[in-house]
Design a protein around this ligand. Structure first.
Ligand SMILES: [Zn+2]
Length: 224
């Protein structure tokens, strides 16, 4: 099969993580979520990993060049020869340009940017309804998966809290950043004919089968 070099795009709460898990199984693609590959690089003690560690320990943002370098390291390591699934990078046009150059230098190119969309109201509804058990991190949803007793974990009886990440003001901030920085990227990929749109309001199984069908078509086209 030909390479599937993929980028996942979409607002928080649209279901990117769920779809990524399924695509990894379907196509046996390595999943490069920004946080994970940075942690891996730190653990492996590569030069870039040591550099990234410095930023992370100071609580500073890891520069784009460094993140892209860590991705490039993984591209060169052989575990992404059949493709990859990138999540969390690129988030801005300059990052996308950087990634494009890194791929070009390796005579590779992106196969598609998969956008899983969801309107702000739905993102707020999904994320702000989450409650997490203070003891073991069991996750509930006030609307979709409520606990048997209000405010109490079914499994261990501990108190359910709303994490800072799930508070409406935090979600609104993340959405504002997404609209400002990442949405222009959607047009950028569209202009390059790489964008594929999926409706994150559909049930996860349906989103999954649509993405699968799209990728199967892309893989076929690449082989012809
Ligand atoms: Zn619990």
């Amino acid at each position: 099969m030909s390479e599937l070099n993929l980028v996942l795009l979409g607002p928080p709460g649209a279901g990117k993580g769920t779809q990524a898990d399924r695509l990894r199984d379907d196509f046996e693609l390595p999943y490069f979520a920004t946080g994970n590959i940075l942690r891996d690089a730190v653990k492996n003690g590569s030069e870039l990993g040591r550099e990234a560690k410095g930023y992370m320990e100071r609580g500073a943002l890891v520069p784009d060049e460094l993140i892209c370098g860590v991705i490039a390291e993984r591209l060169d390591s052989g575990d992404a020869d059949n493709g990859f699934l990138l999540d969390g990078f690129p988030r801005t046009i300059p990052q996308a340009e950087m990634l494009e150059r890194a791929l070009e230098e390796r005579s590779r190119a992106l196969t598609a940017a998969l956008l899983i969309g969801a309107p702000d109201q739905e993102v707020l509804r999904r994320l702000s309804g989450r409650r997490t058990c203070a003891k073991a991190g069991h996750v509930y949803h006030l609307e979709f998966d409520p606990p048997k007793n209000e405010g109490v974990c079914d499994q261990d009886g501990s108190r359910l809290i709303q994490r800072d990440d799930d508070k409406p003001e935090t979600i609104r901030k993340r959405l504002a950043t997404y609209h400002e920085q990442t949405e222009p990227l959607i047009d950028w990929y569209e202009q390059r004919g790489l964008l594929r749109r999926f409706d994150g309001l559909l049930p996860p199984d349906e989103v999954h089968s649509r993405i699968r069908a799209t990728l199967a078509t892309l893989a076929l086209e690449a082989e012809i």
